[in-house]
Design a protein around this ligand. Structure first.
Ligand SMILES: Cc1cc2nc3c(=O)[nH]c(=O)nc-3n(C[C@H](O)[C@H](O)[C@H](O)COP(=O)(O)OP(=O)(O)OC[C@H]3O[C@@H](n4cnc5c(N)ncnc54)[C@H](O)[C@@H]3O)c2cc1C
Length: 476
């Protein structure tokens, strides 16, 4: 998690160009400088100095994504100076009496969980892992699973953000509730967030039940059974079906079993034992029936050692109205199977489907925003993820698998009102973005106010959101 930052710091020390990489090093760029201000005043004076020069500024968290959100415009690509900014030094922590906390943008989720435990507090909602920076996680709508559980950003009740001029703005659910809907999931495009106030909860236990399920290539049957299981368990993740690459046949073979885990409230208070046997991302010795109990954050999200594969992997994640669950799951799986002949000759190892559910919300740029849903929709989203893992780190295999991600979008986005996770290979399609994110025009107005000279945007944001005013400014 800290290696990209370490590389940047080393570069800073030796005065060379500054290389930024995401967590698995396939996304990167080269800026002129790496800046880590000591405090909010330092951030403001940096921005004030750079505003007249129209310098390019990319604020980053921990780079724990599969996409280009944190990619800077490389030095030399324009006549502007390019900076990477990390707010890692902003470590304020205030615990309020009303079960909210105010944290500086420097906190990582992992450290924050440990710190909160000392005060008998915990997060309501988390992703499956906890390696993100807190603002990085919020800014892309990081989520776990649950039909009554929304993404982490919904827990934000206020934040402080600095615009390109270095002016501070306080966005608060009481004073400017509508604007907060734009800032919760901001994609780093609305300024540098220096602190957030968010809801937390007193620590309590959850019971986690893991059950082995039988797989079949009759996908309609398989996914109808899963849809039925979602009727019984509102907070459930399905890890599977799993496929193994048969090198001889050059084809995927479905594993006979896979598993689902669901979480429920419990009055258990004895030994905590989920972290002893935590299986994440469908890897490890996880396909077995078991029950464990743990404090919420430890029951639903895994510590860094839960990352089970050190090899490259490609991943897509699409959100779609839950009513389409069986059709989406069946058709995405069939579509993937049709891609398999183009995977021959590559270093494939495993392919894992993963399903979650997520309560919709009203953040303008939330992939689970409910703005264009009809009365036939419950407001709950299904979440489908496909992971392609490889035997060894092989660039050709990674790029080949990444190519397939766009094809799912082209085939299904309009059909199923599907939206991609912003940090998981989201393909560029501004027309679809406008229909799936009806509040995009309002978001772009705020973006222009916060960043009149396109200092915070990059190629990914310009293409994704259709920020045409920034295209020539960034020489795209
Ligand atoms: C293996 C793996 C598993 C994952 N599992 C999940 C999961 O279970 N659920 C899920 O939803 N996602 C998941 N993700 C995605 C991940 O949670 C998100 O991509 C998250 O945004 C990463 O956080 P980060 O700190 O690394 O942010 P970064 O990728 O560094 O940044 C994300 C965005 O936040 C912006 N940003 C960062 N700091 C600031 C700031 N101070 N002010 C303004 N903008 C800022 C950046 O500019 C960027 O746009 C997973 C990713 C990986 C690689």
């Amino acid at each position: 998690m800290r290696l990209p930052l370490l590389l940047l710091l080393l570069n800073a020390a030796f005065g060379s160009a500054h290389h930024w990489f995401n967590w698995q090093y396939e996304v990167g760029c080269e800026s002129d400088t790496f800046i880590a201000p000591a405090d909010e005043a330092g951030v403001a004076s940096f921005l004030k100095k750079e505003f007249p020069k129209q310098s390019l500024i990319k604020v980053v968290g921990n780079g724990h994504g599969f996409g280009n959100l944190t990619t800077c415009i490389s030095k030399g690509a324009t006549n502007r100076t390019s900076h990477i900014v990390s707010l890692t030094n902003l470590k304020k922590l205030e615990i309020h009496k009303d079960n909210t906390i105010t944290v500086g943008a420097g906190w990582d989720v992992y450290d924050l969980i440990n710190e909160l435990k000392k005060h008998s507090l915990s997060f309501n909602y988390l992703g499956a892992m906890r390696v993100q920076n807190i603002v990085g996680a919020i800014s892309t709508g990081t989520h776990g699973t649950g039909q009554k559980i929304a993404n982490m950003a919904t827990q934000v009740v206020a934040l402080r953000v600095l615009d390109a001029r270095g002016e501070t703005r306080i966005v608060d659910e009481h004073k400017n509730a509508e604007e907060l809907k734009a800032f919760r999931i901001n994609l780093g495009a609305l300024g540098l967030i220096t602190e957030v106030t968010l809801k937390v909860q007193p620590t309590h236990f959850l019971k986690k039940t893991t059950k082995v399920l039988n797989a079949t290539t009759d996908y309609k049957k398989l996914y109808t059974e899963l849809a039925d299981l979602y009727k019984e368990h509102d907070r459930m993740t399905v890890w599977g079906p799993h496929f193994d690459w048969d090198a001889k046949a050059q084809n995927w073979t479905i594993e006979p079993t896979f598993y689902a885990s669901w979480w429920e409230p419990t009055n258990y208070t004895s030994v905590r034992n989920c972290t002893l046997n935590y299986c994440a991302n469908g890897c490890g010795d996880c396909i077995k029936d078991y029950i464990c109990y743990d404090e919420t954050s430890d029951a639903v999200s895994c510590p860094p050692q839960g990352i089970c594969s050190s090899q490259f992997y490609a991943e897509i994640e699409h959100f779609f109205p839950m009513e389409h669950f069986v059709d989406v799951a069946t058709n995405y799986t069939n579509f993937q199977q049709a891609q398999t002949p183009r995977m021959k000759g590559f270093e494939n190892d495993k392919m894992i489907f993963q399903f979650r559910a997520l309560k919709g919300d009203d953040s303008y740029m939330s992939p689970a925003n409910t703005y264009n849903l009809g009365s036939e929709n419950s407001g709950v989203f299904g979440v489908l993820e496909i992971d392609w893992m490889q035997k060894v780190n092989h660039w050709g295999t990674l790029y080949n698998n990444q190519e397939f991600t766009n094809e799912f979008h082209d085939e299904f986005a309009t059909l199923y009102n599907a939206r991609s996770h912003w940090n998981k290979m989201a393909p560029s399609d501004p027309k679809h973005a406008l229909s799936a994110f009806p509040k995009l025009p309002e978001f772009l107005k705020i973006q222009e106010r916060q960043d009149p000279n396109c200092q915070f945007t990059n190629e990914f944001l310009v293409n994704q959101l259709g920020i045409e005013r920034c295209r020539s400014a960034l020489k795209l």
